[in-house]
Design a protein around this ligand. Structure first.
Ligand code: V4E
Length: 216
């Protein structure tokens, strides 16, 4: 299982030029269609768990344990997020079931095509959007930079480093800090992700609930 450490940033007219200047190499462009699922009572998202279907595969992003302390300090770390990424469907099902605490037993076997487990756990799609993504890499640093343009009109960049669970978070934060510096990012506020903007516009009640619980 991997942990994604990332820092979002606001893109501007100079971002592409800057990426070129720092030697970032474009490694691809893609359209990503995401569908996010939760119960009507928001069992998952209120625990900062994000269940989505992307390119026909299920993914669950959930919080890692306590942040590792280190010399990066709280300020740098607070600009970044850290989430475990689970892609094994049986494990996703188990974790989701644990949280929703449904005692209804569901069948043991599933396939990517069989979506009956969703309705058994009362999961419905609450967000659906498509993102045009351009990805760049700073190969020597193991850093990926994505420039995302969501179809609801939000443009955001992210600097990300993947580590294994229990891997060196401080090193990841340092790589992100150095990349942000090279890109000339100056802001000291965490930048909103796509979901933040999407929910605020489309589901203000859900958004307000997540804000009040300090999830967003
Ligand atoms: C973790 C999370 C959500 C799930 C989507 O995560 P995000 O990284 O924003 O999406 P995306 O498309 O870039 O995924 P990737 O391709 O990198 O896997 S939705 C909300 N969160 C929580 C969250 C948060 N609290 N603050 C910030 C800045 N981002 C995400």
């Amino acid at each position: 299982m991997s942990v994604e450490v990332e820092r979002k940033f606001l893109c501007n007219a100079d971002t592409l030029k800057k990426l070129e200047e720092i030697g970032a190499v474009c490694v691809g462009q893609q359209q990503i269609h995401d569908q996010y699922f939760d119960t009507p009572e928001f069992h998952l998202t209120l625990r900062d768990m994000w269940l989505r279907k992307r390119k026909g595969c299920w993914e669950l992003k959930c919080p890692t344990g306590k942040a590792q302390s280190g010399k990066q300090g709280e300020a740098a770390a607070s600009l970044c997020t850290r989430y475990k990424e689970i892609t094994s469907l049986p494990e996703i099902h188990l974790r989701v079931k644990e949280v929703i605490k449904q005692d209804r037993e569901s069948e043991a076997g599933f396939s990517q095509e069989d979506e009956s487990w969703l309705s058994k756990l009362d999961l419905v799609c609450f967000a659906e959007f498509t993102t045009a993504r351009r990805s760049f890499t700073l190969k020597e640093e193991g850093v990926q930079i994505d420039l995302d343009q969501a179809d609801f009109g939000y443009h955001v960049g992210e600097i990300e480093v993947l580590i294994s669970e229990g891997g060196d978070e401080q090193a990841a934060l340092e790589k992100i800090r150095q990349t942000a510096e090279k890109l000339g990012l100056t802001g000291d506020q965490r930048v909103k992700g796509k979901m933040d903007v999407y929910l605020k516009r489309n589901h203000p009640e859900h958004y307000a609930k997540l804000l009040s619980e300090h999830i967003l």
